[in-house]
Write a protein that binds this ligand. Structure first.
Ligand code: NAD
Length: 475
């Protein structure tokens, strides 16, 4: 059963889909998707649960969420195994990153719930006092992608419920398993039925119905920019609040004073993380021409040391991509770049032998691609890094800003002024200096430009799930 509604598992009433094991191409399970009546049932449950949940004190909500963190921790082995089974990512990554990250996020938002308060009391010459109240919005409808199924569920559910809202989450139909366990764990932790509901179904049926639903007060979406645009259009019919975390094409700028070894290691780690299926992954390395050859040589060498293999094996650094179709899409970008004159310094192919049946792809470094080519401009969402040389700092910043996206970026330099300039002038929601990829529960994550708007994680995220009310009491 792949629906979790009103505190229990249920069967969907829509069409039946299949989840394929990305490492073998075989059918892993069949899923009865949600149809609009299932979405209606989930929204109705969330609406019923809202008055009591929102009336709890922040401390009471925080207690329940801390119990949820404990419950997730108790089930961490099962969560990691399922996260790997449905995505093909290495078990090491699920165990060391995805699951502990979600538990940490749960504990963070439990604490943050108690910090959310109306500030700004104002006195008007003894005549009146103003207060600001932050109130929950109501039922939140969220839609999440397949790349980090558990973490994305957490990023959506946790701030929403901490602020006193109830939620219906539609995970990607490719990866619903760990979101369902998350909801089950919430019930086991004592969260009332209907506070967290999961509907598994396609974007076109369950997703669109959830966005259009008149009883859903806010749509919070993480996914591609194309779908984000469509969601904004649909949400306009009911004028509901929209929060969009969309695609990215992160630049990785290496200035001429950078620590070359640190930059090369950062580029490999930042570009192959999660098979490059990460909206903040390093995708475009702009490297000062004086370092270009040494940098690309070292990156290629390090990429060749990455162990691509069966996700559950301890030695595996990089598992499979999400589907065979997606692997073919990634390969298509590289093949077309090569045909247009780019050189592939390493990778650019799927491994053969025992891995041939799976959706695997080798870490890939491309040079000699044009700045306006599709591999530099569009989201490839695979373990592919393109490196391009630059001459001046002005050029580097202009090139870094030259895509429609603006989610994350990094600058590699030991010069304080350069790093400050890069952090000011690169148009992105996050600029790392001498790092590429670290995220923490305390810090906001979200885009500029076509990467969307709104913040996940941090107190900024909590505020997004509230209405601000001004109360003026006159004497
Ligand atoms: P996607 O946009 O295809 O799908 C995301 C979700 O939207 C899925 O649950 C899908 O079923 C649903 N959906 C699809 N069409 C819909 C519609 N018409 N109406 C309502 N819902 C619909 O994205 P994906 O392929 O699952 O994920 C990869 C994308 O997500 C990449 O573009 C990546 O950059 C982005 N992403 C962004 C962030 C971020 O924080 N900015 C994080 C992770 C992933």
């Amino acid at each position: 059963m792949h629906q979790y509604i009103d505190g229990e598992y249920r069967d969907g009433h829509g069409e039946t889909g299949r989840r394929i094991d990305p490492t073998t191409g075989e059918v892993a399970e069949t899923i009865r998707y949600a149809d609009p009546t299932d979405v209606d049932a989930a929204v109705a449950a969330a609406k019923r649960a809202f008055p009591a949940w929102s009336a709890l004190s922040p401390a009471e909500r925080a207690d329940a969420m801390l119990r949820l963190a404990t419950e997730l921790d108790r089930r961490s082995g099962e969560l990691a195994a399922l996260e790997t089974a449905q995505t093909g990512k290495s078990l090491r990554m699920s165990t060391e990153f995805d699951v502990p990250g979600t538990i940490d996020n749960t504990a963070f938002f439990a604490g943050a719930a108690r910090q959310l308060q109306g500030l700004a009391a104002g006195e008007y010459a003894g005549r009146a006092t103003s207060m600001i109240r932050r109130e929950p919005i109501g039922v939140v409808g969220s839609i999440s992608p397949w790349n980090y199924p558990l973490q994305m569920a957490g990023w959506k559910i946790l701030p929403a419920i901490a602020a006193g809202n109830t939620i219906v989450l539609k995970p990607s139909e490719l990866t619903p398993g760990t979101s369902l366990i998350f909801a089950e764990a919430a019930t086991a932790a004592g969260l009332p039925a209907g506070v967290v509901n999961i509907v598994t179904g396609t974007g076109q049926v369950a997703g669109e119905h959830l966005v259009r639903h008149p009883d859903v007060a806010m749509t919070s979406f993480t996914g591609s920019t194309a779908v984000g645009r469509r969601i904004m259009e649909m949400a306009s019919a009911t004028a509901k609040r929209v929060h969009l975390e969309l695609g990215g094409k992160a630049p990785f700028v290496v200035f001429d004073d950078a620590d070359l070894e640190a930059a090369a290691r950062g580029a490999v780690g930042g570009s192959i993380i999660n098979g490059g299926q990460d909206c903040t992954a390093a995708t475009r390395a702009y490297v000062h021409h004086s370092l270009f050859e040494a940098f690309t040589e070292r990156v290629a060498e390090l990429m060749e040391q990455v162990v691509v293999g069966t996700p559950t094996e301890e030695a595996t650094d990089l598992g499979s991509l999400i589907t065979h179709a997606h692997r073919d899409k990634v390969a298509g970008f590289v093949d077309r770049a090569r045909a247009a004159g780019a050189r592939v310094l390493t990778g650019g192919e799927a491994p053969n032998g025992t891995l041939a049946a799976g959706a695997f792809y080798r870490p890939t470094l491309v040079v000699d691609a044009a700045q306006d080519s599709e591999i530099v401009q569009q989201e490839v969402f695979g373990p592919v890094l393109v490196a391009l040389p630059f001459d001046t700092d002005d050029d580097a910043i202009a090139l870094a800003n030259d895509t429609p996206y603006g989610l994350a970026a990094s600058a590699w330099t030991n010069d304080l002024n350069r790093s400050l300039r890069a952090s000011e002038e690169i148009q992105a929601g996050c600029v790392w200096i001498n790092d590429h990829i670290t995220i923490t529960s305390e810090m906001p994550h979200g885009g500029y430009k076509a990467s969307g708007f709104g913040k996940d994680m941090s107190p900024y995220s909590l505020e997004e799930y509230t209405n601000v009310k001004h109360v003026l009491a006159s004497r």
